[in-house]
Design a binder for this molecule. Structure first.
Ligand SMILES: Cc1cc2nc3c(=O)[nH]c(=O)nc-3n(C[C@H](O)[C@H](O)[C@H](O)COP(=O)(O)O)c2cc1C
Length: 204
């Protein structure tokens, strides 16, 4: 099998995996994944992405519980019974803390070019977010290539201040999402993609 074939196999075999074995992940593999993330294309090569890496359960639980505060309030506001809210919150914490490694993908807002033009500032921020997302995609493929698995979870995007304070991150780090990484304990089926005809318009 040549390198190119291996690349396609990695892409085709990757799935979002959310159940993991308890087996810890060797630090060298975590570092390889992070290094691969930093090889992603990124706006101005500014590398304004930042990665908070969690391997301790206590830290994961603290972050998950902090993220759950607003989540639970939203459920209560939606009329859910207290018992159901508690059960949903428990399930959520279990999901967010069930992998041996969590990588919180952040953007360092202090590392962005500033302009007097709001439109330009918004564009700069979006480019930083896009760059962080590309890093996350690279990391998920790297995990797959290394015999690991992972999934992107969006939770931190909706509670960036709580994540920042629970993990004591620099105030300028804005969380965009998180990756669960570990050895897979499930084999999810391929999730069908729309045919190209539906998502592509050939202009010429
Ligand atoms: C930006 C983004 C946010 C996502 N958020 C979540 C999430 O919060 N929870 C979850 O279980 N999966 C989440 N996913 C994973 C997607 O559900 C998954 O990639 C999609 O269903 C396709 O499945 P596949 O990755 O196995 O091919 C997210 C993926 C991306 C890229």
């Amino acid at each position: 099998m040549n390198n190119k074939t291996e690349f396609w196999k990695v892409v085709e075999d990757r799935r979002s995996v959310r159940q993991f074995r308890t087996q810890p992940v060797e630090k060298t593999l975590i570092e390889k994944i992070l290094q691969t993330g930093t090889r992603a294309p990124n706006a101005h090569n500014r590398q304004s992405w930042r990665f908070a890496v969690l391997t301790e359960q206590d830290d994961m639980v603290r972050m998950a519980e902090a993220m759950g505060v607003d989540f639970q309030q939203a459920l209560r506001d939606g009329g859910m019974s207290p018992d159901e809210v508690t059960e949903r919150a428990r399930q959520r914490v279990a999901r967010l803390t069930g992998a041996p490694v969590v990588v919180v993908l952040c953007v360092d807002t202090d590392d962005l070019d500033g302009y007097s033009d709001t439109n330009r500032d918004t564009g700069e921020y979006l480019m930083a977010v896009q760059s962080a997302a590309l890093a996350g995609g690279h990391m998920l493929l790297a995990a797959q290539a290394l015999g690991l698995a992972g999934a992107w979870l969006c939770g931190p995007l909706f509670a960036p201040e709580r994540v920042q304070s629970a993990l004591n991150l620099p105030a300028s780090w804005r969380a965009q999402g998180m990756l669960l990484i570990g050895y897979a304990d499930e084999s999810p089926a391929f999730r069908e993609r729309k045919p190209l005809e539906e998502v592509v318009q050939w202009i010429g």
